[in-house]
Design a protein around this ligand. Sequence first.
Ligand code: GUN
Length: 293
Amino acid sequence: MQLIDGKRIAQEVHAETRVAVEALKAQGITPGLAVVLVGDDPASRAYVRSKDKMSKELGIYSVKHELPEETTQEALVALVHQLNADPAIHGILVQSPPPAHIDEAAVVAAIDPRKDVDGFHPVNVAKLALDDPTGFVPCTPLGCQRLLLASGIDPAGKHAVILGRSMIVGKPLALLLMAKGKGGDATVTVVHSRSRNLPELTRQADILIAAIGRPGFVTAEHVREGAVVIDVGINRVEDPANAKGYRIVGDVAFEEVAPKCSALTPVPGGVGPMTIAMLMANTVKACRQITGG
Ligand code: GUN
């Protein structure tokens, strides 16, 4: 069984990004990323902090806006408009999910699609569906695809079964893996919590991607002998034995699934580091497209 090392592959992506950032800086251009967090969800805070830290490590100009839980829709949209107009900012990310009183779709729609490094804006969703390479593809699906390619697993002709249909992972990943060309050309099935005979469907996968957000949901009965399994889940489960009181587990019951797989991503250290790496890469892409650098 090949354990796919997301940290190592993310380092490869970061090395490419560093080179691209240096090349832009040599032209007097510094890529800039703004990360916006509303509220104080601990997991979201941790993500925002690591995105900010990684930007700085790569030489990207990074600004972090941490807004209180009670921030209004109007104030949030006003900040987005301000960032749209800021020439030092090429990428804008509003951490999801926002508090319940925020209309997330309206906030995303307010982002200049050229700065939408998350790939959540309707223009970028459409560009992905239309195979337009100027669009932005969501970072987690992009990271999954890169993990596969870097591990010598070409999706072409294979049956990829995606468990989960979210706007952030399942849906865009389906489009990405079925697209024509490198990293695509797969036969794609999307299944979810309401699918009938779920284990029967997931057992058909050459490549099974678990993005359902339920700890340990994928068990040995879901996996065919020799399948590649990509675990997108990042779930906090209580663990009194851990100093933090919790630990992070994936959507895959690792111990029982590992012996059946030809390759498997760990959690943590699999898809997680890739998401950040692709965000940095998308920020450089946005900067190049906006500045012509
Ligand atoms: N929440 C979970 N994943 C993501 C992501 O990729 N981007 C944003 N903005 N929020 C998220």
